[in-house]
Write a new protein. Structure first.
Length: 333
């Protein structure tokens, strides 16, 4: 089952791939970054949630590691292959190999955590991931809100987990609050010139459409948006509007409340930041009343679109998605 989270990750990949289409001299990240750095605990909770959904690809690996760990522990516990007769379903396995019940089956842990089998209590519990997969790809590096380059998102989540559980592996208490600011190494951000900023909405529109089309071609666009995409393909006047609706509706998922908060911008901001430095001033321009929330109207306006049929479509999609989303609400512990 392709979950919405996976699609989000795939989207990010597409975003990064397609951003090469855009050529902007980089720009300075101003107020929005200050805003993004002013966190209270509740904000952080939400950001973590979004962040962890965003790195769901890491989950697959973590889940796998968890299963291996669980199997190892179980194997140690039931070391000798006998007396495994407790399981009542299915027949005995040839050679009396013990049936290992994986207590971590179906357990999902948040970013930076893995499930560990608690054999005594027959349940899985989420613990900080013992080790992150080694990363040599520089594109997996992340810049934190402390302007420090880390090897991978996993390392950030792991360290945060260690600090939040008072583990001796916590390097500094402050790291309880560390989060990913953007993908790539930390760097000096040059200015976004007025000209570049003025041209940005056009390029953003084009690019959103290209990403949407690319996802559709690869069968990675959620069903709810396929109609939008088809329409955009066949009717030039809907091209940008529909792409804008798609992106906005998708960003507005935490929760679906008809407004995109600054935290919900994470999936668009973090991967683009290092490549498209006008993204920060652009996103800021999408929130002219500075209430930290971007309505669909504001989004349409800053993309320089007609706002006529924006609202109704989005509500439809959100409803459609919510109807199907029940099985996707994994426990982010
Ligand atoms: C962040 O770190 C980079 C690389 O060390 C440096 O060039 C840049 O000036 C720093 N940015 C800020 C805002 O301190
Ligand atoms: C939700 O389910 C309906 C029918 O059950 C389906 O037509 C629709 O495409 C689904 N939407 C998503 C986003 O999966
Ligand atoms: C294309 O979309 C516009 C704007 O919604 C609409 O007025 C027009 O009838 C559509 N054209 C076709 C061929 O569907």
């Amino acid at each position: 089952m392709a979950s919405r989270m996976q699609q989000l990750v795939q989207l990010t990949v597409a975003l990064v791939a397609l951003v090469a289409l855009l050529h902007t001299p980089p720009a300075h990240a101003d107020d929005i970054d200050e805003l993004l750095n002013e966190f209270d605990e509740e904000d952080e909770e939400l950001l973590r949630h979004i962040e962890s959904q965003h790195v769901s690809r890491d989950y697959e690996l973590e889940d796998q590691m968890a299963r291996e760990l669980a199997n190892r522990i179980a194997a140690e516990h039931y070391g000798q292959p006998d007396g495994a007769g407790e399981s009542d379903d299915a027949g005995p396995i040839e050679g009396r190999v013990p049936r290992l019940i994986d207590p971590c089956k179906g357990v999902r842990c948040g970013a930076g955590r893995v499930c560990r089998a608690n054999v005594a209590e027959q349940r899985g519990e989420c613990v900080c991931i013992p080790e992150c997969p080694p990363e040599t790809d520089p594109r997996r590096k992340v810049c934190t809100n402390r302007n420090e380059t880390w090897d991978s998102a996993c390392e950030v989540h792991r360290q945060r987990c260690l600090c939040n559980t008072a583990d001796p592996g916590c390097r500094h208490e402050e790291l309880r609050h560390v989060h990913i600011d953007y993908y790539g190494t930390c760097r000096e951000m040059p200015e976004c010139s007025e000209n570049d900023l003025a041209d940005f909405p056009r390029r953003m529109r084009d690019w959103l459409f290209n990403v949407m089309r690319d996802l559709a071609l690869r069968n990675e666009l959620p069903d709810a948006y396929l109609a939008l995409e088809h329409e955009a393909e066949s009717n030039m006047t809907k091209r940008w509007t529909n792409a804008a609706i798609w992106k906005w509706c998708e960003l507005d998922g935490h929760p679906h409340d008809n407004t995109v908060s600054r935290h919900e911008l994470f999936p668009i901001r973090a991967p683009l930041f290092a490549l498209e430095h006008c993204i920060a001033p652009f996103l800021e321009s999408c929130d002219p009343n500075r209430d930290h929330r971007i309505s669909l109207q504001e989004w349409g306006k800053c993309l320089e679109l007609e706002e006529d049929d924006l609202t109704a479509r989005c509500a439809e999609i959100a409803k459609d998605e919510e109807a199907n989303a029940s099985d996707l609400h994994d426990a982010f512990v």
